[in-house]
Design a protein around this ligand. Structure first.
Ligand code: PMP
Length: 416
């Protein structure tokens, strides 16, 4: 940041706003990315002077780095309640790469059906759309569905191979009944895959108790930096078959005509892995687990209630999705008569409040929530860049986490 645009005073960022004095920056965009925690920064700092190649060196530094990397697999499996004897952690870049990898590795064909839902982020739609046929559980006008709707989709013919569902919506914060959904899928022999990108940073997750087979999530949404995520899955899914990425490290033997793949997680680890990212990810997981969830949950709940009541008092503000019940700390809204991009820009430039506007990589869901047809959501996307419509197909999203303070929420209310 240049000095004129912004300045850190201690941990607080102050930014110059249009026609005004500097204001303390309020980051209400943590559903997209949350900045690194102190524990994560320390773990990386401690590791930086001595890391070396993973599985590619005989020296002591390489051995220690490799041990740290392999140990991280078990830490991450346990973090989400899995058993390292049966489950393995792979370290793709993020949730998107994790789900692409998984969809490839399941060896699906266009005759296979994957049941998914209208709530999904594109990361949990497009990999399945590419490799199989989608059967979509639709949502009501609140943007929710119940277990019976999932059962109905699972019972249609042909029987699906996979059920891919979000653990929590990045648009509305709505939390599907994962336990009920997983039980319904398992009764029918269907593999349960959860997009945990939003759920994992905000709730303790126990895949064994929930009955979830596979979960994917991203480090950068849980206080670690970009570039390391996790895919936790039964080991049996990755023992055979061709890996998603091919190259050094994924092989046992190579000739010009043939290849024998490595066994274990190495098969899915072609190329030098992002061990620093993985160290950061495990530090974040350890901090979240050891910190005790109850204070984090109470804090976020407190913030969400404050956000709910602040937003409820703004005239002309329309929330998307349910505004009662257990939800992740995120809120998405329109303000009547104000295009969402303009609103987000004004919040940033005049009030130093960071939000996100648009469709949040969830076009079908936004279409349902706003009552638009599929074509309209696509067209509006082009439209909004050029000008705006009286109907506001996008929205502004704000989200809170543990680094958000109760004092930040009224700032948003006043700005609106
Ligand atoms: N799923 C959900 C629910 C998300 O919120 C996001 C990020 N917005 C993703 C998947 C994709 O995460 P990433 O960009 O880290 O791959």
């Amino acid at each position: 940041l240049s000095f004129t645009a912004g300045q850190f005073v201690g941990d607080d960022l102050w930014v110059s706003v249009l026609d005004g004095d500097p204001r303390q920056y309020v980051d209400l965009d943590t559903a997209a990315t949350s900045s690194a925690s102190v524990a994560v920064a320390h773990a990386v700092q401690e590791f930086l002077p001595w890391y070396a190649s993973v599985h590619r060196g005989a020296g002591i530094r390489s051995q220690l780095t490799s041990a740290r990397y392999e140990g991280a697999r078990d830490t991450m499996v346990r973090f989400v309640g899995g058993d390292p004897a049966t489950h393995v952690a792979l370290f793709p870049r993020n949730t998107t790469e994790a789900l692409n990898l998984l969809a490839f590795r399941l060896d699906l064909t266009k005759d296979d059906v994957v049941v998914t839902t209208a709530v999904e982020h594109h990361a949990n739609l497009l990999p399945w759309q590419r490799h199989a046929r989608l059967r979509v559980v639709d949502v009501d006008e609140q943007g929710t569905f119940d277990v019976a709707a999932v059962e109905a989709a699972l019972d249609q013919h042909p029987r699906p191979r996979v059920l891919a569902v979000t653990g929590g919506s990045n648009v509305t914060g709505w939390l599907p009944d994962l336990r009920g959904i997983a039980a319904a899928a398992h009764q029918r022999g269907v593999l349960v895959v959860v997009d945990g990108a939003q759920l994992v940073p905000h709730r303790p997750v126990d895949i064994s108790a929930l009955g979830v087979d596979v979960i994917a999530f991203s480090g950068h949404k849980m206080y670690a930096p970009f570039g390391a995520g996790a895919l936790i899955a039964p080991r049996s899914l990755f023992t055979d078959g061709e890996p998603f990425l091919v190259g050094g490290g994924a092989v046992g033997a190579v000739s010009f005509d043939d290849v024998v793949w490595a066994n274990g997680p190495d098969r899915d680890d072609a190329g030098s892995p992002n061990v620093i990212g993985v160290v950061a990810l495990t530090a974040s997981a350890q901090e979240l687990s050891s910190d005790g969830w109850s204070s984090a949950l109470a804090h976020e709940e407190h913030l969400l209630r404050a956000l709910d009541s602040e937003l409820a008092s703004v005239p002309g503000l329309h929330r998307l999705g349910p505004v009662t019940g257990d939800r992740l700390p995120v809120a998405t809204f329109n303000l009547e008569g104000v295009p969402h991009g303009l609103l987000a820009a004004r919040l940033a430039n005049e009030y130093a409040i960071g939000t996100r506007s648009g469709c949040f990589c969830a076009h079908p869901y936004m279409g349902r929530l706003l009552g638009l047809s599929e074509g309209e959501v696509g067209r509006f996307h082009a439209d909004v860049r050029a000008g705006f419509r009286h109907r506001l197909p996008g929205a502004v999203r704000v989200s809170a986490n543990r680094q958000t303070y109760l004092t930040d929420i009224p700032v948003l209310g006043q700005a609106l």
